[in-house]
Each structure stands twice: as structure tokens, then as C-alpha cells.
Design a protein around this ligand. Structure first.
Ligand code: SF4
Length: 467
């Protein structure tokens, strides 16, 4: 039974299908499109939906953005430089548009959803024909129809927390697919803008997810990545206590060869989830578990709801239940008020855990978040030194951690030819680490068994064990 308040109605979806048809029939519609994507996997998957809708409206992909009739920037606002980069690239296109006045430029995604941004776009970036937020993605056909019919700029941002099912999707790969299980976030970590731009947490119905997963399996997909801002807390609002472990168990039973998920919050990592993973056949032994800081005082200011000790206990429990599990994390340095001693606590934690990989960031204030108003900003010069120290330590620990794979066997899903050699291919192993092995174009999309023989620049190298 669908929770009506959360879902875009069938009637609304039909309206959008009618707009898509009207655009398709419009002789002045754009013939070609180009999608520019910034940010995370959620955005990458949203771009697949945008592409699906554009193709449904009769458009074909263009090789280069300057050649396209319709260019859309799917933006990110998690860090200030992502935003700056997007606006810089949009502005560059303004010059191209002077020579091709019929070009339509659109901007969507998290950046547009930021407070005040829509008004700024409307006033300052008059050459942008269309701007809409994350909650309005499914209405792209309607907006494009309006731009074509009126010639006016359309800027539309809504704050509805909705789920739109059955949007056409054009997947970028045939062997791998993103599968969104939930949207938004309720955690309000003090530095993060996501809850403000992606809305409150809402979970898709289990039946809809399982149906999509079955279709993906039938279409030949070998690996799915379940997506959500906090997949561990999947299930809020779904009756019967059906949560993420239960969903994983059901998905595991479908027989899709490989299942991963992204991203998780340590406070929601339950024993039940670990046990389901440990007992599964297809959930890969990999966990991305963002810790952000090793200092309890900073974790509290970040509103993370766990302590360093609790985090380390979860890591221990994961490693006990799933020996050799691949572990990665996110780390922030230079959070307001971070002292040298607190930074050293982060360094200690990195030393202790030995992550297989880590995304490291200098704290960047986002207007509208609690942390942006906190006193004692850490000077840039200090943050720069800290991040360099942290990266150097992570590199060292990573090299040590990855040694455990040498001499073991690993299955990889081949993503493409290796950048270093035309006679080698690379892909991700079951533990989430990149592996390079002898191979050809014919191996792309295949799962290969490899014996790991070495390590080069954080990539494992191996030989085929399947021949
Ligand atoms: S869990 Fe925290 S960091 Fe992650 S999206 Fe939610 S608020 Fe942002």
C-alpha cells in the first residue's frame, strides 16, 4: 500500500508524460542534449533520469556541450568550490550561446535548491533559460514545454519531499546500475547542507525496489549499487519494521551477482545489518563508513551522534563478522574550533583503523547550516597543513592495509581498459578496491577471477585466475 503523501500521483506522472509528448511533437524542440554532472552518485543517477526524460522527448546526445541544443548542468552544493566550478562552466556557455541563440541552458540539482539561489539565478544569470530544484526533477517535460511555448525563462524550486516512480531512465552502463532506495536525510549534521536541499528522509516501497532490481537482473546487470544519503536508516514510515537489513536480505535472494550500497551513518549501523551482510551470498564485503573526525568534542559539534569509541567498536564488530572487509571513510579537517590536539585524535584514529581508502576534505562553510555560524574558524593555512599531514598518513596506512590482498583471489567487474596499457583492463574487486589485470575490450562488463600479485599507486595488480 503506497503512502500517498510521499508519492507523486499517477495523475501527475501522466501530466508529465503528456508534456513530454507535446515537446516531442514540437518542431522547434531541441534536437540534441548534453548533461554535465557534478557531485555524488545520487546526482549521477539523477542525470541518468534526466537523460532518460530527454531521450523520451526525442533528443539525441551531442558529443560536446557547445554543439548541443539543450545543455543541462546537474549541480552539487556540498562544497563551495563545487558550486563555483558549476557557475563558472555555465557562464562559459553564455559566450557560446551568443553565436547559437536557440541553445537552451538549464541548471538543476542541489545548488538550485539552496536558499536564495533561484532568485540569484533569475536576476544575475538571465541567459539561463531553465532552473529547477531536486524536488522537481520529474517535471522537466513540463518546464521545457513552457520554455518552448513562451520563450520565457522558467525558475522553479519547491520544497516538497516527494518520491517520483517510473521516470524514464537511460543507464550509462549495462553491467552496473544505481538503484535509489531512499531520498533525503534527517540527520542534520551541523556542517551539511543536504537535509536543506534534498529534503527530509523518505524511503521507497520495498516492492518498487525489488521490482526494479529484478528488472535490472533480467536486463543483464551484474552489480547494483543501492543509493541513499543514509541507507542504514532505510524504512522510516514503512510498516512492519521492514528496515535496511530486511531489504538487503530480500535483494540478496534475487541472485544479482554483486550488491553494494552507499552511504551509511555509523549511528545506524546495527548488529542485525552486520549479521545479514555476513550471512549473505551477494552483498559485497565492503563498507563506506564516514567517521569525519576522531575527536569526541568535534563529533559532538558536528551533531554526529556517536563517539570515537563507538565508531571503533563498530569497525571491530564489522571486521570480526566479515574478516578482511574493505573499509573506507570520509574525513574533515579544520572544523570550527578544531585544536591541534583534536586534529591529532583524527590522525590517531586513521592510524588505528587503517582504512583502504578515504575521502579527505578541508571544512567548507555552507550558508544555512549550524556550523557556518560557529565561532573560531580554523585559518586556511593551518587547515592546509593538517590536510597534507592527514593525506600523507592515510596514504601510508592504505599501502599497509592493501598488502593483505596480495596472494589472495579477488573477483572484479571489468569497467574498462586500463589507462596505463591497452592490453590490461581494470575494475573494482569485491572489497571495493581497483584491480588491474591482463585483458581486452571483450572483458568489459564481465566478472573475472584474479590472483592479486602486487600493488601500484593504490591499485591492486593481478593475473587472471580464470584461464
Ligand atoms: S548524514 Fe549528515 S553528512 Fe550525511 S547527508 Fe545527512 S546530514 Fe549530510
Amino acid at each position: 500500500m503506497k503512502r500517498e503523501a510521499v508519492f507523486v500521483s499517477e495523475e501527475e506522472l501522466n501530466r508529465q508524460r503528456a508534456f513530454a509528448e507535446a515537446v516531442r511533437e514540437n518542431p522547434d524542440r531541441p534536437e540534441s542534449y548534453y548533461v554535465v554532472t557534478y557531485g555524488c552518485q545520487m546526482n549521477a543517477h539523477d542525470s541518468e533520469k534526466i537523460t532518460g526524460m530527454l531521450e523520451d522527448m526525442g533528443m539525441k546526445p551531442a558529443e560536446k556541450r557547445e554543439d548541443a541544443d539543450f545543455v543541462i548542468f546537474n549541480t552539487c552544493c556540498i562544497r563551495e568550490n563545487a558550486e563555483r566550478k558549476a557557475l563558472g562552466n555555465v557562464t562559459w556557455l553564455k559566450e557560446v550561446k551568443k553565436t547559437r541563440p536557440k541553445m537552451i541552458i538549464a541548471v538543476c540539482g542541489c545548488m538550485v535548491q539552496e536558499p536564495g539561489m533561484a532568485q540569484r539565478i533569475f536576476r544575475k544569470y538571465g541567459f539561463i533559460n531553465l532552473a529547477f530544484g531536486t524536488a522537481n526533477l520529474h517535471k522537466l517535460p513540463e518546464y521545457l514545454h513552457r520554455v518552448l511555448e513562451t520563450g520565457l525563462n522558467v525558475v522553479q524550486v519547491e520544497n516538497q519531499d516527494v518520491i517520483a516512480e517510473e521516470i524514464p531512465v537511460r543507464r550509462l552502463r549495462y553491467d552496473f546500475a544505481y538503484l535509489t532506495i531512499m531520498y533525503g536525510c534527517d540527520n542534520f549534521c551541523s556542517y551539511c547542507i543536504v537535509p536543506y536541499v534534498r529534503g527530509r528522509e523518505r524511503s521507497r516501497e520495498p516492492e518498487a525496489i525489488l521490482r526494479e532490481a529484478r528488472e535490472l537482473k533480467e536486463s543483464g546487470v551484474r552489480e547494483i549499487m543501492l543509493l541513499g544519503q543514509n541507507v542504514n536508516s532505510y524504512g522510516k514510515g514503512i510498516p512492519g519494521g521492514f528496515g535496511f537489513p530486511e531489504l538487503l536480505k530480500e535483494l540478496d535472494g534475487l541472485g544479482i551477482p554483486r550488491i553494494r550500497f552507499m552511504t551509511s551513518h555509523p549511528k545506524d549501523l546495527s548488529d542485525r545489518l552486520i549479521d545479514v551482510m555476513a550471512g549473505s551470498a551477494h552483498i559485497l564485503p565492503q563498507f563506506h563508513l564516514p567517521v569525519q573526525s576522531g575527536s569526541n568534542a568535534i563529533l559532538e559539534k558536528m551533531n554526529r551522534h556517536y563517539t570515537r569509541e563507538q565508531y571503533l567498536e563498530r569497525v571491530r564488530r564489522l571486521r570480526e563478522a566479515i574478516p578482511g572487509i574493505g573499509l573506507s571513510t570520509d574525513l574533515i579537517v579544520g572544523f570550527p574550533g578544531e585544536t591541534e590536539a583534536q586534529f591529532e585524535e583524527t590522525m590517531d584514529l586513521v592510524r588505528e583503523v587503517g582504512f583502504d581508502s578515504a575521502f579527505t576534505f578541508i571544512y567548507s562553510p555552507r550558508v544555512g547550516t549550524k556550523a557556518a555560524e560557529m565561532p573560531d574558524p580554523v585559518p586556511e593555512a593551518i587547515s592546509s597543513v593538517r590536510i597534507q599531514k592527514l593525506i600523507a598518513l592515510q596514504e601510508e596506512r592504505q599501502q599497509e592495509a592493501l598488502q593483505r590482498f596480495i596472494g589472495t583471489e579477488e573477483e572484479i567487474l571489468v569497467e574498462g581498459l586500463s589507462k596505463r596499457s591497452s592490453r590490461a583492463v581494470s575494475g573494482r574487486g569485491t572489497h571495493g578496491i581497483s584491480v588491474t589485470v591482463d585483458g581486452t575490450e571483450a572483458d568489459i562488463g564481465e566478472i573475472l577471477k584474479c590472483r592479486i600479485t602486487g600493488l601500484k599507486n593504490n591499485t591492486l595488480t593481478g593475473e587472471r585466475a580464470d584461464q
